[in-house]
Design a protein around this ligand. Structure first.
Ligand SMILES: [Zn+2]
Ligand SMILES: [Zn+2]
Length: 142
């Protein structure tokens, strides 16, 4: 998902994109692979919009959580970290171990694990799944 797509998605959810919000979003987007504390987010987002303060950050975190666009990670010491939850931020691949051809699979089986994950009260932040084997061309050679 590009940053523009993310903005469109938010607009469709009646999320008004003020400059403050855009700077927070952009910062989260730039750091979409790492967990950030609200304080980290404030320091980084302030580089784009100096008017920001911690309560703005918290309000926006709440709004993004409601839209299911943020992962919330609670550390042992009770502090919380966040990162964007982008629906297509991951893909699964079929990887040929002979020629190395890699093809994205347009399917994610994570829903099948939902029952187990919920039962264990496990807070899932990400997952990986790659399928290894031989592509059609390589199996034809056998
Ligand atoms: Zn192959
Ligand atoms: Zn997946």
């Amino acid at each position: 998902m590009s940053f523009e797509n993310l903005c469109d998605l938010l607009k469709r959810n009646n999320f008004k994109l003020t400059d403050q919000r855009k700077s927070i979003l952009f910062t989260l987007y730039e750091n979409k692979d790492s967990l950030m504390s609200p304080e980290d987010l404030l320091v980084a987002a302030k580089k784009r919009c100096t008017k920001l303060n911690l309560s703005t950050i918290y309000r926006n975190i709440e709004a993004l959580l409601k839209l299911d666009l943020l992962y919330k990670h609670i550390k042992d010491n009770g502090s919380t970290l966040y990162k964007l939850k982008l629906k297509d931020s991951h893909a699964h691949h079929m990887i040929c171990t002979k020629c190395g051809k890699t093809e994205a699979v347009d399917f994610c089986p994570i829903e099948a694990f939902k029952g187990i994950i919920d039962k264990k009260q496990f807070q899932l932040t990400e997952h990986k799944l790659e399928l290894y084997g031989h592509c059609k061309e390589c199996s034809d050679d056998e």
